[in-house]
Design a protein around this ligand. Structure first.
Ligand code: PMT
Length: 397
C-alpha cells in the first residue's frame, strides 16, 4: 500500500506499545513517520522508532538540522492518515480545544485526512467528565477513537484505560484507509427522529424514535464522500459536524424543510418517524383537567414521502417502514404506493430492533422486487449496508 501514516506517540507507559504498532504498520506496507512528544521520549528512546520506521523521528518544532520543508505542514500533507497511539488526556484535550503548541499538536492541526486516537490512561482520568466531553466533541467533528480496553493498569488500578491491542489498532487504521469514497459529488437528503405534534403549550403527540438510524446513515454517507443535508426532529444526538443541519419539530415543518432541499438531492433517505396525525386544534393555554374525559380530534398529516414520490426526477428515493405485523406485505405496499426505489423494513417487535435501541434488523426490498435480509447489527454498520444496496441499485439502472 503506497500510503504514509503519521504515528504520534504521547507520554504514557503504553508508549512502549507504540513500537509494536509501528512495526505492524511497516509490515502492512505503509510508510510511517513518527512524531514523539517530549513526555513520550522520556518513556521510550526515539532510536527505537527511527530503527522501526526507517526514518528520522520528529521531536521538536525547531529541530536541527532543519530541512527546507516546514515539517508539520509537509508531513501533514503527505499523510493519508494520522494515528495517535497511545493518546494521553493531554493530546486529546489540546486537539479538542485547538491548541497547537508542539510538533505533534501542530501537525495534527494541519492534517487533512482522518485522525485516529487510541487513548490510554488511568481509569479515573479516562472517566473524567472533561476527558469524555473532549472525546465527544472530537467524535462529533469526525475524529476517530479506538476505545481503550479494561484490565489491570500500570498504575495498579483496574478498569477501562488500557491501550487497545496493537493489531486491533492497525486493523482499524487499515479499514479507515480503505474506506470507499463512492458517494463523492452526491447530495443526500436524510430525515431522522420523531416529529412532535403539539396539543397545548406543554403537551404533544410523538413517538420513540431516537434518531439513531438516521444519524448513522448521515455519518456513513459523509464518510463515503457524500454531501449530507440532515433534517431532524427533536433528539438527544449531536448532528455530524459536516452535515448541513435543519432542526424541525412538527411534520408540517419537516415537510417544508424536505421540499426545500429536495430539488438539489440525488439520494433521499426518510428514516424519520413522522406522526401520521396531529391534534386539529392547538390550545393556546394549558388544557385544564376540569370536567370529564378529554376528547381530541386528530387531523391527518401530509405524507411527505408520498409527495416526494410524485415529484421525483433524478432522485433515488429510499423509505423506511416500521411494522409490527405483516412486514413484507406492508413494506411492499408502501414501496409501490409512494413510488419508492427501495424500502428498508424493520420489524419493530423483534428484540433489539427498531425504535430507540442501538441495533436494527431489517429487510431491504427494491422496486424490482429483490429482497435482502440483514441480521441484527449496530445501526452504524447497517447504515453502510444500506448504502451498499443503494450503490447496487444505481448500477442496475
Ligand atoms: O430513530 P431510531 O430510534 O433509531 O429508530 C429508527 C426507526 C425505527 C424510526 C427507523 O428505522 C424507521 O423505521 N423509520 C420510519 C418510521 C415510520 O414512520 O415508518 P412508517 O411505516 O410510518 O412510514 C413509512 C415511510 O414514510 C417512512 O420513510 C416515513 O419517514 C415516511 N412518512 C411517514 C408518514 C408521513 N406522514 N410522512 C412520511 O414521509
Amino acid at each position: 500500500m503506497d500510503k504514509t501514516v503519521v504515528l504520534g506517540i504521547t507520554g504514557g507507559i503504553a508508549a512502549y506499545k507504540g513500537a509494536e504498532i509501528c512495526r505492524l504498520l511497516v509490515k502492512s506496507g505503509l510508510k510511517v513517520k513518527v512524531i514523539m512528544t517530549r513526555a513520550a521520549a522520556a518513556f521510550v528512546s526515539s532510536l527505537t522508532f527511527e530503527t522501526l520506521s526507517g526514518g528520522p523521528v520528529g521531536l521538536e518544532m525547531f529541530q536541527r538540522p532543519a530541512s527546507w520543508e516546514i515539517q508539520h505542514v509537509s508531513w501533514a500533507q503527505e499523510a493519508s492518515c494520522f494515528l495517535i497511539a497511545p493518546a494521553t488526556a493531554n493530546i486529546i484535550g489540546k486537539t479538542s480545544q485547538g491548541i497547537a503548541d508542539d510538533l505533534l499538536s501542530t501537525t495534527i492541526m494541519a492534517a487533512a485526512g482522518p485522525v485516529i486516537f487510541a487513548p490510554a490512561m488511568n481509569v479515573e482520568m479516562y472517566n473524567n467528565v472533561v476527558v469524555q466531553e473532549n472525546i465527544a466533541r472530537l467524535k462529533s467533528l469526525g475524529y476517530h477513537f479506538i476505545e481503550p480496553e479494561s484490565g489491570f493498569l500500570a498504575c495498579g488500578d483496574q478498569g477501562r484505560g488500557r491501550l487497545a491491542e496493537p493489531q486491533k489498532i492497525v486493523d482499524y487504521l487499515l479499514k479507515v484507509l480503505q474506506q470507499k469514497k463512492d458517494f463523492e459529488g452526491k447530495t443526500f437528503l436524510i430525515t431522522a427522529g420523531p416529529t412532535r405534534e403539539p396539543l397545548d403549550p406543554v403537551r404533544y403527540l410523538s413517538n420513540y424514535s431516537s434518531g439513531r438510524m438516521g444519524y448513522a446513515l448521515a455519518e456513513a454517507a459523509l464518510e463515503r464522500g457524500g454531501r449530507v443535508v440532515l433534517v431532524s426532529g427533536p433528539v438527544g444526538l449531536k448532528p455530524p459536524f459536516r452535515a448541513d443541519f435543519t432542526a424541525v419539530n412538527t411534520a408540517l415543518e419537516m415537510r417544508d424543510a424536505v421540499l426545500k432541499e429536495f430539488p438539489e438531492a440525488d439520494i433521499v433517505i426518510k428514516a424519520a418517524a413522522v406522526a401520521d396525525y396531529r391534534p386539529e386544534d392547538i390550545s393556546l393555554q394549558k388544557i385544564k383537567k376540569s370536567g370529564g374525559d378529554l376528547v381530541v380530534k386528530f387531523q391527518k398529516n401530509p405524507d411527505i414521502l408520498g409527495e416526494l414520490g410524485k415529484l421525483k426526477k433524478q432522485q433515488l428515493l429510499v423509505g423506511f417502514a416500521a411494522e409490527s405485523e405483516s412486514l413484507a406485505e406492508n413494506a411492499s405496499r408502501k414501496l409501490k404506493n409512494k413510488n419508492l426505489d427501495m424500502i428498508v423494513a424493520n420489524d419493530i417487535t423483534a428484540p433489539g430492533s427498531g425504535f430507540e435501541v442501538e441495533t436494527n434488523q431489517v429487510r431491504v426490498i427494491t422496486r424490482g422486487g429483490e429482497i435482502k435480509d440483514f441480521p441484527l447489527m449496530a445501526k452504524r454498520e447497517l447504515a453502510d449496508k444500506i448504502l451498499d444496496e443503494i450503490i447496487t441499485l444505481k448500477k442496475s439502472t
